[in-house]
Design a binder for this molecule. Structure first.
Ligand SMILES: [Zn+2]
Length: 121
C-alpha cells in the first residue's frame, strides 16, 4: 500500500496516515491505550454477502430458496443441504441465470450482462 497523506482523524494534524485515518503518533498512542476501535478501519472491506433467510416459507419456491443460498455465497453442496433440492437441479438453475457461472469451488460468480448483450443473446 502506498503512502497516504491527509489530516489525522484524531488531532487534525496533516501528515502521513498510518492506518484508520490516523497519523503515526496518534495511531501508536491509541494502540497503546487500546482505544483504536474508536477509529473505523479505512481499508476497503469485502461487502458482506446478502443475509440469508433460512426459512423456506420466505421464498416463493425451493428454486428461489436455492438461488438465494447461492447469492449468499453458499456452495451448491451447501445449498443442497439447506434447501433439500438435489445438486443437479441447483446446477441447472444456475445455468439458466443470465451472467451466472459456477466456479470450481462450487460457488456462483455473477458477471454483469449489459442489456445490449442480453438482446443479442
Ligand atoms: Zn492525530
Amino acid at each position: 500500500m502506498g503512502r497516504r497523506l491527509g489530516a489525522c482523524a484524531c488531532c487534525g494534524f496533516k501528515g502521513e496516515i498510518r492506518a484508520r485515518g490516523l497519523v503515526h503518533a496518534c495511531y501508536a498512542r491509541h494502540r497503546i491505550k487500546g482505544t483504536l476501535s474508536q477509529f473505523p478501519r479505512t481499508k476497503k472491506q469485502k461487502p458482506a454477502p446478502p443475509r440469508l433467510d433460512l426459512n423456506p416459507a420466505a421464498y416463493g419456491s425451493p428454486a428461489e430458496f436455492a438461488l438465494a443460498c447461492l447469492k449468499a455465497r453458499k456452495t451448491v453442496v451447501e445449498a443442497e443441504r439447506i434447501t433439500g433440492l438435489p445438486a443437479h437441479v441447483i446446477r441447472r438453475l444456475v445455468e439458466r441465470q443470465p451472467g451466472w457461472l459456477l466456479g470450481a469451488d462450487g460457488r456462483v460468480r455473477v458477471f454483469d450482462t449489459s442489456p445490449e448483450e442480453r438482446q443479442l443473446a
